[in-house]
Design a binder for this molecule. Structure first.
Ligand SMILES: C[S@@+](CC[C@H](N)C(=O)[O-])C[C@H]1O[C@@H](n2cnc3c(N)ncnc32)[C@H](O)[C@@H]1O
Length: 217
């Protein structure tokens, strides 16, 4: 179990509940606990999130950063993944920019951070994950990957980001389904498996579809 983080402010729980996103509360609470643990292990490193969407998971991470004196860098092009575009099950028409007809979640993310009073705790990077990975510094205390869930995107995210985790730091991956009956394969096959099979990461926790792995020292 990770180190004990102080209880979360009920007002923040309310803001999270009202924020669009894909992070169930039990997985978000686990993400917060492990992010707190990561910052006790590697206090100098940022928490890096790939896949901000409207900031729901970002708030769980940012609250850990607030308590532990850390900082979150969150990366997204804000145009939506393939599986949340118009016509797909999880598409939300409220995040479409009426001017362009394209998805734009950036204004929603900014509002979320403002509402939670967490703008100073989070640096928002708008762009392609593969490009941002070359620009953002390594040595992350925690890397949380919840970006594109297609095969190519997950493969590129693994190749781009896994080396960013500091020795002793933590890698969290969302939507990991070892059983194909439970959900899509790429986060499991292209990120989780290669990380574990490389021998550099060892699983520490599983909550729902969230997996937390430690990078060997
Ligand atoms: C599943 S959502 C993230 C959900 C969020 N973590 C939450 O808990 O609410 C995936 C996000 O990844 C972003 N994304 C997908 N592919 C990307 C890429 N290649 N570069 C940057 N962002 C990408 C999408 O725009 C989308 O907002």
């Amino acid at each position: 179990m990770p180190g004990e983080a102080p209880p979360i402010d009920p007002e923040l729980v309310r803001v999270i509940a009202e924020t669009r996103g894909f992070m169930p509360d039990d997985e978000g609470a686990a993400l917060r606990r492990w992010a707190f643990e990561a910052l006790t292990r590697v206090p100098s490193g940022p928490i890096i999130e790939v896949g901000s969407y409207c900031g729901r998971s970002t708030l769980w991470l940012a609250d850990a950063a607030r308590i532990a004196g850390g900082h979150v860098v969150t990366v997204d092009h804000h145009r939506g993944s393939e599986e949340i575009q118009p016509g797909w099950e999880h598409h939300d028409p409220e995040v479409v920019d009426p001017r362009s007809g394209r998805m734009d979640t950036l204004p929603h993310l900014r509002r979320t951070l403002e509402r939670a009073g967490m703008e100073d705790l989070v640096t928002v990077v708008v762009g392609q994950s593969s490009v941002a990975g070359g620009l953002v510094r390594s040595g992350a205390s925690m890397l949380f990957i919840d970006g594109g869930h297609g095969d190519a995107e997950a493969r590129v995210d693994a190749a781009t980001w896994l080396d960013h985790v500091a020795p002793g730091g933590l890698l969290a991956i969302h939507d990991v389904y070892p059983d194909p009956a439970d959900g899509g394969r790429p986060p499991y096959e292209r990120i989780y498996r290669p990380a574990v099979d490389s021998g550099r990461f060892v699983e520490m926790a599983a909550v729902g579809s969230l997996r937390v792995l430690e990078r060997s020292r």
